[in-house]
Design a protein around this ligand. Structure first.
Ligand SMILES: [Zn+2]
Length: 521
């Protein structure tokens, strides 16, 4: 019987515990006493003797069998509690414990958990590296261990992604994936702080991976040099536990949220526009998905090319990293069902508690969702959000003017070089004009043009007199060639038939006519 029980124990233990430990537990269980159980056994024996007659060999055999079965049952119960306590302290693959199982269970119940190795399962290097985090009572070894076992995908290696990725690498996340399809540009470096000048022209993910490995070589870093879209997102996202939306792009925000719902992944969603930022944890602990929060994409603010102060996405990115750490380590209260708004100008943080909650009619996370993995891959997120999936502005094709009312950059360059009198009006905002402009151009922002028409009429008549009608005396230019066309329309509607616009604006000018022109867009 003893041999059979030992064999049975070995089978049940499998590879998770050594044979010597099994024998140790077994010896302990056989030697221990349990007053309550013993009293119950004696009562049962008395009952059976009374019922079947004392001294009967059959009765004694039954009683022995019952006692044996109970002993096996109690032993199994004890071992279940022991292994459950090992799970609670994260003891998978841990060294054999020196504590008897019953004592281990009792200590667990007291909250005095035993650990199976020095450093609580963390290596000496990890203890040294993360000591300042380990000293935090609310985080401690358990938080660090969970964080070190988690995998996080950061989508976007820009300004948001820089703060997120660096802090996650430094704090010791287990695996860190970074997805981005763009290259590092000089204009990135003011805010995208994980990229160095030496990486200009190279993929951002290469630069980002190098920066993360440099700060913590023990973190597994995976770079995905691709633009994450619906058709490839499922394969990438499913490899990770937690997803960070650091794209700052509306179409990508909806796409990533849908992808995370389909794959049951928490999404840490952050965004900035101008000097403001926003943060929420979606699809986690019952929190709404991004579609629940913003059912109408038109009501969302998309990123723009109106400029950004690098530290603003830096602030939001740091907060995204914090939410990842909280979700991964199961410490604290993640920003679920709430939203954080940040106003950099007034230095105000505001937590909005009354936001839309998860909707049962949501087409993605609702009770009867329409979106499947197949339809997700075919979904047109660009058209849905009315924005491009790229952070760069889409090319415009506005062309309301006849060709004879337009002039190419090269044609205007020849006019400029000829010295023929004319007036070039730049209709960009003042702060754009102050960054860079063509020599001798005059700045009248488009929104001020109508009110300044009377004064413009005087100036124009003077130029027209000088030019003697040999060419059009008035030209408009803007950044891309759209606002300048609107300006010509305004002039024509107000009795100025002689205005032309410079096709493609300053972007074309810098590309085709003056390569030395300062490019700020
Ligand atoms: Zn939803």
């Amino acid at each position: 019987m003893t041999r059979l029980r030992t064999s049975s124990r070995r089978q049940m233990c499998g590879n998770s515990i050594t044979t010597s430990t099994t024998i140790l537990i077994s010896c302990y269980l056989r030697s221990r006493t349990w007053p309550g159980r013993r009293a119950h056994q004696l009562a049962t024996q008395s009952f059976v003797r009374a019922a079947m007659g004392a001294g009967s060999g059959r009765t004694e055999a039954i009683m022995r069998e019952i006692a044996s079965l109970r002993e096996q049952r109690d032993e199994l119960d004890s071992r279940i509690r022991f292994f459950e306590s090992q799970l609670r302290i994260g003891g998978g693959g841990a060294a054999p414990t020196t504590l008897p199982p019953s004592l281990s269970t009792k200590l667990d119940a007291m909250g005095a958990h035993a650990v199976s190795a020095a450093g609580g399962g963390l290596s000496p290097d990890m203890v040294r590296r993360y000591s300042r985090q380990l000293l935090l009572p609310d985080f401690g070894v358990h938080g660090q261990r969970r964080l070190s076992r988690s995998s996080v995908l950061v989508v976007g290696a820009g300004a948001l992604g820089s703060a997120v990725a660096l802090y996650l690498a430094a704090s010791g996340v287990g695996s860190l994936g970074i997805a981005d399809g763009e290259n590092v540009e000089l204009s990135n470096l003011h805010g995208q702080i994980m990229h160095m000048e030496t990486y200009v022209g190279q993929p951002k993910v290469k630069s980002a991976a190098a920066a993360c490995r440099a700060i913590n070589s023990s973190v597994k870093v995976f770079d995905h040099h691709l633009k994450l879209k619906a058709k490839n997102a499922l394969n990438v996202v499913r490899q990770y536990d937690i997803v960070v939306d650091a794209t700052n792009n509306l179409a990508s925000r909806y796409m990533l949220s849908d992808c995370c719902v389909l794959l049951h992944k928490p999404l840490i969603s952050g965004s900035t526009i101008g000097l403001e930022g926003q943060l929420a944890v979606c699809n986690h602990n019952g929190s709404p998905c991004y579609r629940c929060l913003f059912p109408n994409p038109a009501a969302c603010q998309n990123s723009s090319d109106d400029g950004i102060l690098g530290v603003v996405p830096g602030v939001i990115g740091c907060l995204q990293a914090l939410e990842v750490i909280k979700v991964a380590s199961r410490v604290g209260e993640p920003l679920c069902g709430r939203m954080l708004n940040f106003d950099a100008l007034s230095s105000r943080f505001k937590i909005v508690n009354k936001i839309r909650q998860r909707s049962s009619s949501c087409t993605v996370c609702g009770d009867h969702p329409d979106l499947t993995k197949d339809t997700f891959m075919m979904f047109g997120y660009d058209s849905f959000s009315q924005s491009s999936n790229s952070s760069k502005p889409p090319a415009q094709s506005l062309n309301p003017l006849p060709r004879n009312a337009r002039i190419t950059c090269r044609e205007y360059k020849r006019l400029l070089d000829s010295g023929r009198p004319h007036l070039l009006l730049d209709v960009r905002p003042v702060h754009h004009f102050q960054i860079a402009s063509i020599a001798n151009s005059v700045n009248i922002p488009l929104n001020e043009l109508k009110e300044k028409l009377p004064r413009l009429r005087d100036a124009l008549s003077e130029v027209a007199d000088v030019s003697h009608g040999r060419h059009r005396p008035l030209y408009f230019i803007c950044q891309r060639g759209d606002d300048s066309q609107v300006a010509v329309h305004i002039l024509r509607e107000n009795g100025f038939p002689c205005a032309s616009d410079v096709i493609g604006g300053l972007e074309s000018w810098a590309r085709e006519a003056d390569p030395g022109f300062p490019v700020y867009w």
